[in-house]
Design a protein around this ligand. Structure first.
Ligand code: NAP
Length: 245
């Protein structure tokens, strides 16, 4: 790939997004980073020679301004996402569902919509969505998150149909357990509860998922990797995990 090629990563201030921004920079891309925590973004951008812009995917104007600042790019990694709570549906709070839908579904749609014209114009665009095994599995307490990732999967598959004939590839990366700030956000900063999610097992690292992204975008242009499902060896499904004593 040419050094001039630009890749955008949303949610690049932490976890999978930050690792992906690093890996894409190492692969030779100029990287544009977006997220709400601009201080973290700026530090990472300085380290990898990228550009940082504030982005809130729940805000239409913020997404439009971010896309305008990024310009015509070849790769967009639609990664910003979160989970809130683990209550059964009978006890769930609608605000958590709204936040997850606004971020994981509407946010991803806004980012895709804003960048599609530029991805087409690039002549060799690639849209990568951070889905999850939650896009095709369910677990007790996870209905809000899994419903949002099922919806993201529908959005991704629809885009592959709608962009047929255009020079744009569409890939969904579906990880299982990855140790990031994800569980800390889900449990509202409760570090002990977040740690317990990964206790006794070896989860994926953010870098493992970043490698999948870089591999998918570095295939020849005629090759579309539809999806990659990647889990820890210690996880067979969302609910079947192996923990050592
Ligand atoms: P993380 O460490 O919590 O990182 C989430 C990123 O999303 C942060 O950079 C955060 O940045 C950003 N973000 C959240 N809301 C945003 C908003 N409104 N606007 C812009 N950016 C926003 O979690 P992660 O594990 O890396 O998650 C990344 C993606 O992978 C998510 O889509 C998640 O659903 C998916 N995933 C994670 C796992 C896992 O086990 N960790 C498994 C499968 C899929 P700011 O807070 O600075 O805005």
């Amino acid at each position: 790939m040419g050094k001039h090629e630009i890749a955008v990563v949303t949610g690049a201030s932490a976890g999978i997004g930050a690792a992906t921004a690093r890996a894409l920079a190492e692969a030779g891309y100029g990287v544009v980073l977006g997220a709400r925590r601009l201080d973290r973004l700026r530090a990472l951008a300085a380290e990898i020679g990228g550009q940082a812009f504030e982005l809130d995917v729940t805000d239409e104007a913020s997404v439009e301004a971010f896309a305008a600042a990024a310009g015509v790019v070849r790769v967009v990694v639609n990664n910003a996402g979160l989970s809130r709570g683990l209550e059964p549906v009978a006890e769930t709070d609608s605000a958590s569902w709204t936040t997850m839908y606004e971020t994981n579904v509407l946010g991803a749609m806004r980012v895709a919509r804003a960048f599609i014209p530029g991805l087409i114009e690039s002549g060799d665009g690639h849209l990568v969505h951070l889905g999850s095994i939650a896009g095709f599995e369910v677990y007790p307490g996870g209905a809000g998150y899994t419903a949002s990732k099922h919806a993201l999967r529908a959005l991704t598959k629809t885009l592959r149909l709608e962009l047929l004939g255009q020079p744009v590839r569409v890939t969904e990366i579906c990880p299982g357990l990855v140790e990031t700030e994800f569980s800390l956000v889900r449990f509202d900063g409760d570090a002990e509860r977040a740690r317990a999610v990964y206790a006794g097992l070896q989860p994926l690292l953010a870098e493992d998922v970043a490698e999948c992204v870089v591999w998918a975008v570095s295939r020849p242009s005629h090759v579309n990797i539809d999806e990659i499902v990647v889990r820890p060896r210690d996880q067979a499904t969302s609910t079947a995990v192996h923990r050592r004593a």
